[in-house]
Design a protein around this ligand. Structure first.
Ligand code: GLY
Length: 316
């Protein structure tokens, strides 16, 4: 049996290299998902996940995360957790509980502390500077305060045919304290069933929730669609519907993998993602294509160089 992994954004590449080590040696999909996401959570230059994530309007980093086991359908999730290094590990731990498996705010933070999860101040000096700058700009200019919501979402398939999915995010920059996005919400930000496949979302949670898009993709794959067909079918008609009935649609992107290791993505914005199945992880870039399809291309060195400069640019 083959293994596979797909994850959102270029930021998941280093984590996928680690996940590959686990999966190619016959390790477990849940371990691979957790490892991949922990790598992203640890890197201080990713400003929408974990350590270095941008704070809410009060200057506090509040994170959402989820974990799901595709064999048992067990799920764990947290929302608005603070001061905890690896939100994904807390979500995974909660997935082992039948009751109290989705905790929010103070309760989530207390659970993590009580169970010995690593705690730290998640607000880096860099993130604080970005927050201070935005606060000043908002005093003088009429700007949209909300920005930056690139969730890491990962789906892994192991050699035993077991699948798992996880998500982790600090959510919208300058969000209201207590705001929860799609990432910890089953069927919206994530879903996996080892008999079918898995999916995860990134983008504006408030709009992803309106379509329960991760579950819609699983449903389409369950009805015989390939992951790419399922992504296209779940995402593009929904964007059209949202524009017609709600008047607008935020930016979002979805990834999916089935239990054969085949994958797909759909997006209404430029979207990088990483994928590996029986080969080294690669970074690809997707755009909305013609007639409700997705245009996928290899990433260029020029794009990667610009990205590296952008994420490390000094804050003036
Ligand atoms: N997709 C992440 C969020 O909306 O918070």
């Amino acid at each position: 049996m083959s293994w596979g992994s797909i994850a959102t954004w270029r930021m998941s590449y280093e984590g996928m290299v680690e996940a590959k080590k686990i999966l190619s040696q016959g390790g477990n999909s849940g371990d691979a998902v957790e490892k991949l996401i922990k790598e992203v959570e640890s890197y201080p230059y990713y400003k929408s996940v974990g350590f270095g994530g941008l704070p809410n309007e009060n200057g506090v980093v509040q994170m959402d995360a989820s974990f799901m086991d595709g064999n048992t359908l067990a799920q764990g999730a947290i929302a608005g957790i603070q001061d905890v290094k690896h939100a994904i590990s807390v979500a995974r731990s909660l997935s082992k509980r039948h009751y109290n498996s989705f905790l929010v705010g103070e309760g989530a933070t207390q659970y993590a502390k009580l169970h010995g999860f690593e705690t730290t101040n998640m607000l880096t000096d860099r993130a604080k500077k970005i927050w201070e700058k935005k606060k000043k700009q908002l005093q003088t200019k009429a700007l949209n305060p909300y920005d930056g919501h690139d969730t890491v979402g990962a789906v892994c398939l192991d050699k035993c045919g077991s699948m798992a999915v996880g998500t982790s995010t600090s959510g919208l920059f300058m969000k209201k304290p207590g705001r929860v996005g799609d990432s910890p919400l089953s069927g919206s930000g994530f879903y996996v069933d080892s008999e079918i496949g898995g999916a995860a979302a990134t983008g504006l949670g408030e709009d992803i929730m309106k379509g329960c898009l991760s579950y819609e993709i699983i449903r389409a794959m369950g009805n015989g669609k390939t992951p790419q067909e399922a992504c296209d079918k779940a995402v593009y008609p929904f964007i059209k519907k949202l524009k017609q009935r709600y008047g607008k649609a935020g930016e979002f992107s979805l990834i999916a993998m089935n239990n054969k290791g085949e994958w797909g993505v759909a997006t209404n914005v430029e979207f990088t993602f990483c994928v590996a199945n029986e080969q080294d992880p690669q970074i690809l870039i997707a755009y909305p294509g013609n007639e409700e399809t997705t245009d996928i291309q290899p990433i260029t060195k020029e794009w990667l160089d610009k990205y590296e400069k952008r994420i490390k640019k000094p804050i003036d």
